[in-house]
Write a protein that binds this ligand. Structure first.
Ligand SMILES: Cc1ncc(COP(=O)(O)O)c(C=O)c1O
Length: 427
C-alpha cells in the first residue's frame, strides 16, 4: 500500500513539524503520528527529562508501592479536568477506553454501551464494540452489547436510554474519522439525558485531548462535566506510550471497593517512569509554550485560509474542525469536465479522490496528510500544536496548487487517479 501511493520513504531525522529523508529532503508533518506529536517531534525538553529520568536510576515498576511520578502526573491532569478526581494509567488509547468501558459497566451495574456512527475508540475487543464503522467490526462478532446513535442526535440517544440497560455513551468531541465536530451543546445535553437515565458520559479525548482543539480537553468547548475521560497519544510527548482514564471518585471507589479488588483492573507497565516522565515534561511544554492557545489561533488561521477556497474550487465542499484537527471534504463537482473524472474514481472506490489529493500534497509539496477514514472523501490535518503562520502558509499555498491541478480535469494528478482506479478494481 505504501509503495502504491508513493509513501514508502525512509526518514532519517525529525524535528518539530518536519521529517527529513535520507537525501536530506524536508517533509512537513500534518499527520503527527496520528496525533502523537502534539509538542512536535524530538522536543528538547521532553528528551532532556527522559535523559534525566534514566540517569536517576529510579526504582521503577515495584508494583506494590506509592509512586511519586504517577501521583504528580495525575495531579497535573486532574488540575485540567474539573470534576475528575482519580486517574488510572495504562499504555495506549485503546487501553484507556477499555478501562473506561469496564468502569462504566461496573459502576452502573449495566452492560450496554452506546457509541456514535463513525466513532473510533481503538481496536481491542471492547473498543471495537463501540466502533462506528462496519469495515472495522466485520468478522469479529460477537462483540460486547452495544448500540449506535447518530452523532449529535439527542432523540435517538433518548430512545436507546429508555431500555434502562445502558451503562454509558462514549463520544469524541471531534470525531477522528471525518473530523466531524459535536454540535454545540450536544455533549452537555447528552450528559443530562444520560444522568437522568442513570447512565454515564465517557469523553474519549485520546485524539482531541492535551490541547488539540484549542481547549485542554475537547469537551471544554461545551458546558459539560463528563463522568469519565480518556487520554493517550500526545501525552506521550511522542516517546513513551501512555494512556490515562480519568474519572469521578465514586466510580473508582465502586470498582476498587475492597482489598480483594485492588488488582481488578490493572496493567503491568501502566505508570512506568518513562511514560510518567514524558507525560510530565509534555504538560510542562504545553503550558510554557502556550500550545492550547496556539492550537486555537493557528487552527483558526488555517481553517479560515482553507474556507476561502470553498468558493473557488468546486471539488472542495467543506472545511471543518476545531483548533488543529481539520477536515477537508470533497464532493461531486457541478461541471461536466470534472464530473467524468470524479465519477470514474467514485465508481471504483469512495475516497479515491481524497487519496489523490493526499498523494499530490506529498509528491509535489512534501506535505504528509491522510485520508480521514475508509470510504470517505475527507482528508484530515493533524499537525503538531507548535506550528506557526509559516506552516499555515506552506499548507495553504500547496493545497491551492493541488486544487488548481485537480480542477484542470486532466494532467499528472488525474493520470495517477487512473492508476488508483486500476488498483482498486484489481483488488
Ligand atoms: C478517539 C480515539 N480513541 C482511541 C484511539 C485508540 O488509541 P490507540 O491507537 O493508542 O490504541 C484512537 C486512535 O486513533 C482515537 O483516535
Amino acid at each position: 500500500m505504501l509503495h502504491a501511493i508513493g509513501f514508502d520513504k525512509v526518514y532519517e531525522r525529525a524535528e518539530g513539524a518536519y521529517l527529513y529523508d535520507a537525501d536530506g529532503q524536508r517533509y512537513a508533518d500534518f499527520l503527527a503520528g496520528f496525533g502523537v506529536f502534539g509538542v512536535g517531534r524530538n522536543h528538547p525538553v521532553v528528551r532532556q527529562a527522559l535523559h534525566d529520568m534514566l540517569d536517576a536510576e529510579l526504582a521503577d515498576m515495584v508494583q506494590f508501592q506509592c509512586g511519586l511520578l504517577p501521583g504528580l502526573l495525575a495531579e497535573r491532569l486532574l488540575a485540567k479536568a474539573d470534576g475528575m478526581d482519580r486517574v488510572y494509567f495504562c499504555n495506549s488509547g485503546t487501553e484507556a477506553v477499555e478501562a473506561a468501558l469496564k468502569f462504566a459497566r461496573y459502576a452502573t451495574g449495566r452492560s450496554r454501551i452506546l457509541y456514535c456512527d463513525h466513532a473510533f475508540h481503538g481496536l481491542t475487543v471492547g473498543s471495537l464494540s463501540v466502533n462506528g464503522s462496519a469495515e472495522f467490526r466485520r468478522g469479529f462478532d460477537p462483540l460486547l452489547p452495544d448500540g449506535c446513535v447518530p452523532f449529535g442526535d439527542l432523540d435517538a440517544l433518548e430512545r436507546e436510554l429508555r431500555a434502562g440497560d445502558v451503562a454509558a455513551l462514549i463520544a469524541e468531541p471531534v470525531q477522528g474519522k471525518g473530523a466531524h465536530v459535536a454540535p454545540q451543546g450536544y455533549l452537555a445535553a447528552a450528559a443530562k439525558l444520560l444522568h437522568d437515565h442513570g447512565a454515564l458520559l465517557i469523553a474519549d479525548e485520546v485524539q482531541t485531548g492535551i490541547g488539540r482543539t484549542g481547549r485542554f480537553f475537547g469537551y471544554q468547548h461545551d458546558d459539560v462535566e463528563p463522568d469519565i475521560v480518556t487520554v493517550a497519544k500526545a501525552l506521550s510527548g511522542g516517546f513513551a506510550p501512555v494512556g490515562a482514564t480519568l474519572a469521578k471518585s465514586w466510580i473508582f471507589e465502586k470498582v476498587y471497593s475492597s482489598m480483594d479488588r485492588v488488582l481488578v483492573h490493572d496493567s503491568t507497565f501502566g505508570s512506568n517512569a518513562a511514560a510518567m516522565t514524558a507525560g510530565l515534561a509534555t504538560l510542562a511544554v504545553v503550558e510554557d509554550e502556550q500550545l492550547v492557545t496556539n492550537a486555537e489561533q493557528t487552527g483558526k488561521l488555517l481553517r479560515d485560509a482553507l474556507q476561502d477556497m470553498v468558493e473557488e474550487y468546486e471539488l472542495l465542499i467543506d472545511v471543518r474542525g476545531r483548533g488543529l484537527i481539520i477536515g477537508l471534504e470533497f464532493g461531486k463537482p457541478r461541471s461536466l469536465k470534472l464530473r467524468t473524472g470524479w465519477n470514474m474514481l467514485s465508481a471504483a472506490r469512495r475516497g479515491l479522490f481524497a487519496q489523490m489529493v493526499v498523494v499530490a500534497l506529498f509528491e509535489k509539496h512534501r506535505i504528509l496528510t491522510q485520508v480521514s477514514g475508509d470510504f470517505m472523501d475527507v482528508i484530515k490535518l493533524l499537525p503538531p500544536l507548535t506550528i506557526t503562520e509559516t506552516e499555515v502558509n506552506l499548507f495553504r499555498d500547496a493545497f491551492a496548487d493541488v486544487m488548481k491541478d485537480a480542477h484542470k480535469g486532466s494532467g499528472l494528478m488525474w493520470d495517477f487517479g487512473r492508476t488508483l482506479v486500476r488498483q482498486a478494481v484489481a483488488r
